[in-house]
Design a protein around this ligand. Structure first.
Ligand code: PLP
Length: 417
């Protein structure tokens, strides 16, 4: 079978696809598997109960169910849902937005595919532009989304040592280069894989720089404020003209309904809905219908603050506690300051092999993590740090996380100089 360049690019066996398949095979093998890999959020019983009772209410409510499953929505999303989301954000945070500033996509992953390719790549004037990632490591799900090769330019962050076992990445504004070749700046906040949350000041500076260069700043808020609110530090939700804010219902507990929510200036929303119409016709309605009343009565805020955030904050603290308890005293490790998301990012400073080798050895012992290499894309220089980190998802079964952490400490010690 011969494919086009587009087809070849998208069907190429990306590193992360191979890794995900490998994870699948590892899970299917006999013997105990400790799953600390993957990006699935937890099943929080209170959240599962909310979705079940919402679904029961829809089934009882006249012909709501039939409308939900038997009508196409407009490509931008369900009008009443766009109004509910815009009203919620305007009234709670004073943002200058209306429904014309909101578009729905089938998951925020699709939104990034559309947005990256709308802005970056070859232009009519013969130039080619790229997406700047101001802090790498960054979400691996972006890495292969460019229709053109080499769509990303990543910037190395500065590393702030907080204490013997904690560090934090910061944007290195002194070395951040934005010139004519940059189409947009993009950052996930909280960051997958590190749990980093850019400070309000960093976001404002990035937004100012983007505005001065007349390019958008994309903020991937999949774990952020105000929902699902998996942020443990004191920061504010930020949107202003020139920012494209992407949100998602996935980490609230609805990854299966595929609902991404994009807030941006209205011309961008209009353009995005045009792409949506071509690629998907319309979006799935389920996520919108399930959550619309929660936006209207603000239950979405209460659930995020009182159920989702405390759940993950407790689990993150617990995982860090097990690390300090079980990692050997002479193991040289540092954890990225855990400020949000569902991951811990661990740096083994004295690793004598790369983290891919650590991944292989851990897999042999039934422990699944994600090696850090994959998250360092868009940078050409050789950076030893990129081979010394792993990502650990702490939200699966607690006993497995605990046992997995013990084995990680043991194996990392064996592999350390
Ligand atoms: N952005 C980040 C940082 C993510 O971690 C994920 C999923 O894990 C996504 C976007 C995509 O999420 P979804 O397509 O489920 O909205």
């Amino acid at each position: 079978m011969r494919y086009s360049l587009f087809g070849e690019k998208l069907t190429a066996r990306s590193g992360i696809l191979q890794l995900m398949e490998d994870l699948g095979h590892a899970l299917a093998r006999p013997g105990k598997v400790y799953m600390l890999g993957g990006g699935n959020p937890a099943h929080i019983p209170q959240m599962d109960a909310v979705w079940r009772s919402r679904m029961e209410a829809i089934l009882r409510d006249g012909d709501s169910f039939e409308h939900m499953v038997a009508d196409y929505d407009a490509p931008r999303g369900k009008e009443s849902f766009l109004e509910a989301v815009a009203g919620f954000l305007r009234e709670e945070y004073g943002w200058d937005i209306g429904p014309e500033n909101v578009a729905i996509t089938n998951g925020s992953q699709s939104a990034f595919f559309f947005l990256f390719n709308m802005f970056a790549g070859p232009r009519a004037d013969g130039t080619t532009r790229k997406i700047l990632l101001p802090v790498v490591p960054e979400y691996v799900g972006y890495a292969d989304q460019g229709i053109e090769n080499d769509m990303f330019v990543g910037a190395r962050p500065t590393i702030d040592t907080i204490d013997a076992h904690t560090f934090k990445y910061h944007v290195d504004f002194d070395h951040l280069v934005i010139d004519e070749s940059i189409a947009a700046v993009c950052v996930s906040r909280p960051t997958n894989p590190t749990g980093n949350v850019l400070t309000d000041d960093e976001v404002e500076r990035l937004s100012d720089i983007a505005r001065q260069n007349d390019i958008p700043l994309l903020i991937d808020n999949a774990y952020g404020m105000p929902f699902p609110g998996i942020i443990f530090s004191d920061v504010s939700p930020i949107w202003r003209h020139g920012i494209i804010l992407s949100m998602s219902l996935s980490k609230l507990g609805l990854p299966g309904v595929r609902t991404g929510i994009v807030v941006a200036d209205s011309p961008i929303i209009e353009a995005l809905s045009g792409v949506n119409a071509i690629a998907s016709l319309a979006n799935g309605s389920l996520g919108q219908v399930l959550t619309e009343p929660l936006f209207r009565d603000r239950t979405i805020l209460t659930l995020s603050r009182e159920v989702v955030r405390p759940f993950y904050e407790r689990r993150a603290a617990q995982a860090r506690e097990w690390i300090s308890q079980y990692f050997p005293a002479d193991l040289d490790y540092s954890i990225h300051s855990s400020e949000g998301s569902i991951f811990l990012w661990i740096w083994f400073r004295a690793l004598s092999a790369d983290s891919a080798e650590l991944y292989r050895r851990l897999k042999e012992r039934g422990v699944i993590i994600v090696p850090g290499e994959y998250f360092f894309f868009g940078i050409d220089e050789d950076w030893g740090h990129s081979r010394q980190c792993i990502r650990l998802n702490y939200c699966h079964n607690e006993q497995d996380v605990r046992a997995g952490i013990r084995i990680i400490g043991d194996e990392a010690r064996r592999l350390s100089a």
